[in-house]
Write a protein that binds this ligand. Structure first.
Ligand code: GLY
Ligand code: MN
Ligand code: MN
Length: 444
């Protein structure tokens, strides 16, 4: 299995500590276990920031980074070994494992944190934490600070400043290293196979969930623990619901099916959308809309390169889609005026993409100092234009209504342009029809 090497976690901690102000401390909690319903937990997923700095996969843990600390800069609080609990719930690293397997300089039981952490904070001028996203943990931080304040008369020095960690950490996460791109490429390739499998399996009479099962099969077979987000399998008019989740309708001959799904590998997401005909052959109207979306995506790829700004890809899709909708008679007017009036939003109401990484909608600023961010090598993003013609749109001829198409790929900005990570799924009308025809011939 491809994964982030241990040395990379150490490099990230070092890079973060180098950016912290002198005499400061950073504190980050692991994700809590989420209860699904009585006695049943959701599959555990580590918090992305915590994972980024540690690779430590357990709940009930806290990372503490203390640049310059004599007895070690990286302190990890985590659960103690416990043969009884481990028999029921699985192995724990314990404090020895935290040091030997996860690179901690020092490790303590999480149950001792209230006694130990105030002493680590004491005398530090600044505390970095991700304030606001975890109110319960924010309260704990304040309690630890108050322990120090209560000892001020004994000479204890509480910190003077609280700094949001997000800005530093999320800017680091925005730039993907070679090891990260390798993991993302792997996730993308597994997801590409899953989409191919779903296309091959598609038949009228099956259900949306039948295709979801094909996706899940490839995800798990490829080693993914889970999808990066809830898979969308939307046939017919359901494709016009952007975050459709039911996935339970019957697949009908003559309809399109839109699948937006990607797996997660070592906490890195992939995010692919393909739209194809249930029975393997596009109608004239479906093909016209599909090829317009594809053309707009190609226009976006052409402007994704270092030096261009974040919004150029979106602007490219808007221009192609608006001009195309005019040509097809779905919009009337002059292209520049329609763009200025945002007339395309009746059909294309979302943006062309988002940062991609450990979170499917990844962290990182889209604007800096009020200006769109300039693209640099290592940034990963999706390119996902779409056209959705509402079944209730009375302004267009009936033959267009209910068609929904999105095409989504994942790219990494390279020195000269971008690398498409998800090229393993066919995309042209001819290639999709050929793949589906071949699968039908095999099955016959
Ligand atoms: N799958 C969610 C998105 O495409 O943004
Ligand atoms: Mn998507
Ligand atoms: Mn996306």
């Amino acid at each position: 299995m491809i994964h982030i090497p241990k040395a990379e976690y150490a490099r990230r901690r070092k890079a973060l500590m180098e950016q912290m102000e002198p005499n400061s401390i950073a504190i980050l909690p692991a994700a809590a276990v989420a209860i699904r319903n009585r006695d049943v937990e959701h599959v555990y997923r580590q918090d992305s920031d915590f994972q980024y700095l540690s690779g430590f996969p357990e709940p009930e843990a806290v990372i503490v980074l203390i640049p310059g600390r004599e007895y070690g800069e990286y302190v990890l609080f985590c659960r103690e070994r416990n043969p009884e609990r481990e028999l029921w719930d699985g192995l724990r690293a314990g404090q020895d494992g935290a040091i030997s397997d996860f690179g901690a300089d020092d490790a303590f039981p999480i149950t001792d944190i209230d006694d130990i952490l105030p002493g680590l904070i004491e005398g530090r001028d600044r505390v970095y934490s991700s304030m606001g996203s975890n109110p319960e943990f924010d309260r704990h931080v304040m309690e630890w600070i108050n322990v120090i304040r209560s000892k001020a008369h004994l000479g204890a020095q509480p910190p003077k400043e609280f700094v949001a960690l997000d800005h530093l950490l999320h800017d680091m996460r925005l730039y993907k290293s070679a090891a990260e791109v390798k993991v993302m490429r792997e996730a993308a390739q597994i997801s590409a196979r899953a989409h191919v499998r779903a296309m091959q399996a598609s038949r009228a009479g099956l259900y949306e969930f039948s295709l979801e099962a094909e996706l899940d099969y490839e995800f798990r077979k490829g080693g993914a623990k889970m999808p990066a987000y809830g898979s969308i399998v939307a046939s017919g008019r359901n494709a016009c619901i952007l975050h459709y989740q039911e996935n339970d309708a019957a697949l009908k001959d003559g309809d399109l099916v839109l699948i937006d799904a990607g797996c997660e590998i070592d906490c890195y997401a992939s995010d692919i959308t393909r739209t194809f005909p249930v029975s393997g052959k596009f109608s004239a109207e479906q093909k016209a809309i599909y090829e317009l979306v594809l053309k707009s995506q190609e226009a976006a790829f052409a402007v994704i390169k270092p030096g261009n700004h974040w919004n150029q890809a979106h602007e490219a899709t808007v221009r192609v889609i608006t001009a195309g909708l005019v040509e097809l008679g779905l919009l009337q007017g002059e292209v520049n005026e329609l763009i200025a009036a945002e007339a395309y939003k009746a059909f294309y109401m979302h943006r062309a993409g988002h940062w991609l990484g450990m979170d499917v909608h990844d962290v990182g600023e889209y604007k800096v100092g009020g200006e769109w961010r300039v693209l640099e090598a290592g940034m990963a993003l999706t390119v996902e234009p779409g056209i959705y013609i509402s079944p209730d749109n009375q302004n267009v001829a009936k033959k267009w209504r209910g068609i929904g198409v999105r095409i989504e790929d994942d790219v990494v900005v390279t020195k000269k342009g971008c690398e498409i990570l998800t090229g393993g799924v066919p995309k042209s009308v001819a290639d999709i029809e050929a793949l589906m025809a071949a699968a039908r011939a095999d099955a016959a």
